[in-house]
Design a binder for this molecule. Structure first.
Ligand SMILES: Cc1cc2nc3c(=O)[nH]c(=O)nc-3n(C[C@H](O)[C@H](O)[C@H](O)COP(=O)(O)OP(=O)(O)OC[C@H]3O[C@@H](n4cnc5c(N)ncnc54)[C@H](O)[C@@H]3O)c2cc1C
Length: 415
């Protein structure tokens, strides 16, 4: 059986790997010349089952209205993007009802826990070089109400295997001395020992390499432009490099997936949510020991291979990949509030700004598995969790495609 996987981000590459590992004949293709050139290129690096809450939490509608057009806020809704995201936005808000939000949080948390177990197994087998550290992740809080909500949400996730310790501000400073200057502002922190970090792009490229050695055909610079059908069944794709026949296709093309599905008359509720990162070269004594999520400033700070990756912001602005200098400066300014000892002057030559588009489903959970078109499968929509969920989602999709039992029920993630 020959399977085409469209998209060599972290989602498509892991999918290709698990399909091949199950003995299928696999072609992985991408419009770009290298794997991980899209949203997987320079993300926050966090493998965080603890962060499983969808972004459409109850009350998100008010937050979005509050932030319309406010360039300096972590959440930004561009008025010009409104018409394009309206149907998706309505579904996004519909899913922010408490019962749905809680159900979707647990679905993500269970999948994330499974995914991290799959990643560890893969790592034991392949020993890939991507800066994987089982460091745990520290979430710090300045607002007691926000700490309480996070504590309650984390307790609810204990049943699916997400565990945490609560630290007071003095313990935070002792464990992470770079946070001492803001100790007086903190009300507490949650430490998640099961979380980890790693460079998603390095992982994706190393796994793509391993997959090729295992027999996956890699076709760079190959853009899928349409579908080939036999009756109502997919039997290949049209590409910029000509037609390619297949018995099944997995669509894992990130935020661009809805466009291709539309050609088959299917609506995929996935929209791009823009984020920024900045990777800094810093002396070792200025690198945090622990990866940090700062709840008040809405940024993540991850030590990755001797560098510091700062990431944040959620912009609803359509498929816009423009690197906006003021938004990058905003991420840096927020991170300075978390780590006041960051040098005042940073050499621009030693800073790498980046922007990417998270493929976010309106439900807040990824969209996985078969579709109403025989032979066509989906793996996209994981939003802020795409790196964390990659190995788990890919395993489920690969097992479902070959008709095997899946380790977790895949039906709740269906289109
Ligand atoms: C600032 C930021 C920080 C983040 N931090 C984290 C984090 O700390 N932890 C976490 O778990 N997640 C994080 N994420 C989310 C995560 O990075 C994404 O969810 C994940 O990278 C999505 O991977 P993907 O493979 O689905 O999409 P992509 O990586 O975008 O891959 C899609 C691929 O499909 C290809 N493609 C598109 N259309 C076609 C076509 N027609 N033909 C052929 N190829 C095509 C593209 O070229 C691309 O390579 C972050 C995201 C951002 C933006």
């Amino acid at each position: 059986m020959h399977v085409i996987v469209i998209g060599a981000g972290v989602t498509g590459t892991t999918t290709a790997w698990y399909l091949r590992a199950a003995g299928l004949d696999v072609t992985l293709l991408d419009a770009a010349d290298l794997p991980a050139q899209g949203a997987s290129a320079a993300n926050g690096g966090m493998l965080h089952a603890s962060h499983a809450e969808p972004w459409n939490a109850p009350g998100v509608g008010w937050d979005m209205l509050r932030y319309i057009g406010r360039d300096s806020s972590p959440l930004l809704l561009r008025p010009r993007a409104l018409p394009g995201i309206l149907p998706w936005g309505i579904e996004f808000l519909w899913n922010s009802r408490r019962t749905r939000f809680e159900r979707n949080t647990l679905l993500n948390a269970r999948l994330a826990e499974y995914s991290l177990r799959q990643l560890r197994t893969l790592q034991d087998q392949l020993r890939l070089d991507f800066g994987f550290v089982e460091s745990g992740i520290l979430k710090i809080f300045q607002d007691p109400e926000s700490l309480r909500k996070n504590r309650d949400a984390s307790r609810a996730m204990a049943d699916v295997g997400v565990h945490f310790e609560e630290w007071d501000p003095a313990r935070v400073s002792a464990e992470e001395p770079l946070l001492q200057p803001i100790e007086h502002r903190l009300c507490g922190a949650l430490f998640f020992p099961g979380d980890a970090i790693g460079n998603a792009a390095a992982f994706t490229r190393a796994l793509a390499e391993a997959a090729q050695q295992a027999g996956v055909r890699w076709r760079p610079n190959t853009r899928v432009t349409g579908w080939r059908l036999f009756g109502d069944r997919i039997n290949g794709v049209e590409t910029s490099a000509g037609p390619i026949a297949a018995d099944a296709v997995v669509l894992a093309s990130g935020f661009a997936a809805p466009q291709l599905l539309r050609r088959l008359g299917l609506r995929l509720p996935v929209a791009p949510v823009k984020g920024y990162s900045l990777t800094l070269d810093l002396p070792e004594d200025q690198l945090p020991r622990l990866p940090i999520i700062d709840d008040a400033n809405k940024v993540v700070l991850t030590p990755l291979n001797g560098r510091l990756r700062l990431a944040g912001t959620a912009e609803f602005t359509g498929a816009d990949l423009n690197l906006n200098a003021s938004r990058t400066a905003n991420v840096l300014a927020q991170c300075r509030r978390t780590l006041p000892r960051l040098p005042d002057r940073l050499d621009p030559q030693r800073m790498e700004p980046w922007t990417g588009l998270r493929p976010m489903s309106a439900r807040g959970t990824p969209i996985l598995g078969p579709t109403s078109v025989p032979g066509l499968f989906l793996n996209t929509g994981a939003g802020h969790l795409g790196w964390t969920l990659s190995c788990g989602s890919a395993s489920l999709v690969a097992d479902s495609l070959r008709g095997a039992d899946t380790a977790l029920p895949i039906e709740p993630f269906a289109l």
